[in-house]
Design a binder for this molecule. Structure first.
Ligand code: AMP
Length: 286
């Protein structure tokens, strides 16, 4: 596995592969690699001739007072994991490489997708995501790029971005990888104290409750949201940021729970923010 740190190097190597007719799969990450990232790498490995992974803790997607300074960084460990997964190229640029002095472009994707759910409590987060994903997809120019369902709102925003800017790349979404007790794997889980870690699976339990409620025929969004809130409130360490039920294709509110129903949750456990979601297909008229 080759590691490069500059935009020029990554572009040159990938262009060479393209000239030789190789297909390129790309997995953008912020590092601290875990099984969630590895599942994306493996999906890319299965579908593409060459796999590129980026590691970049993107300052523009952190809002003030978030954990940008403390975010876990261990490039040696990440390199070992990526090499073991047969990644061909690791791109690990510096902040100055991605945002040199004078950088002054913003990318604003659909308000319908960004001004809801996590966008409400993290202003400018998604424009930070959009600008880095746009830059990376232009530089790496992959045939396919892989994202996790755990960050479901992000996947819709990236799909819109890739379509609108003709980025010439298929956006592939992979299922959320979980711990045995249901907690979604996340680089931020390491922030949890032992007590918080014991409380954390309530998030997935509340989502599974939503799934169960839909399956037994609940069609009223308000009652569903109340049931999920109630389950979360049964764990005293949890502070709820939002519980939302949306159309999973558009992120619009639903009057009746039918079609692709997204139930999304954001909570705080101490200083750690956790998000998770579940999508249930509810046939109309059922
Ligand atoms: P991050 O490094 O947290 O920015 O995540 C990089 C990519 O990995 C994003 O597309 C995430 O959605 C994805 N990802 C993070 N956690 C998981 C998980 N538990 N399962 C699947 N994908 C994940």
């Amino acid at each position: 596995m080759k590691t490069v740190n500059t935009a020029k190097e990554v572009r040159t190597r990938v262009e060479r592969w393209r000239c030789h007719g190789r297909t390129i799969g790309f997995v953008p990450t912020m590092g601290a690699l875990h099984e969630g990232h590895i599942s994306l790498i493996q999906a890319a490995r299965r579908a593409c001739d060459r796999v590129v992974v980026s590691i970049f803790v993107n300052p523009k997607q952190f809002i003030p007072n978030e954990d940008f300074g403390n975010y876990p960084r261990d490039i040696k460990r990440d390199s070992r994991i990526a090499a073991a997964e047969k990644v061909d190229l690791l791109f690990a640029p510096s902040v100055d490489e991605m945002y040199p002095e004078g950088f002054d472009t913003r990318v604003r994707v659909s308000d319908r997708l960004t001004e809801t759910l996590c966008g409400l409590s993290r202003p400018n987060h998604f424009s930070g995501v959009a600008v880095i994903v746009a830059k990376l997809l232009i530089l790496v120019h992959p045939h396919k790029a892989y994202f996790g369902q755990k960050d479901f709102q992000q996947t819709l925003i990236v799909q819109q971005l890739a379509r609108d800017l003709n980025l010439d790349c298929e956006i592939e979404v992979q299922p959320t990888v979980r711990e045995a007790d249901g907690l979604a794997k996340s680089s931020r889980n390491g922030y949890l104290s032992e007590e918080e870690r014991r409380a954390a699976p309530i998030v997935y339990q509340a989502l599974k409750l939503a799934e169960g409620i839909l399956q037994v025929g609940e069609r009223n969004p308000r009652d569903m949201i109340e049931a999920v809130n109630k389950r979360l409130r049964s764990e005293s360490l949890i502070e709820i940021e939002y519980v939302a039920v949306k159309n999973a294709n558009t992120l619009e509110d639903l009057n009746v729970l039918t079609g692709r129903v997204l139930t999304a949750v954001a909570v705080r456990l101490g200083r750690t923010r956790l998000i998770d979601n579940i999508i249930v297909e509810v046939p109309s008229g059922s």
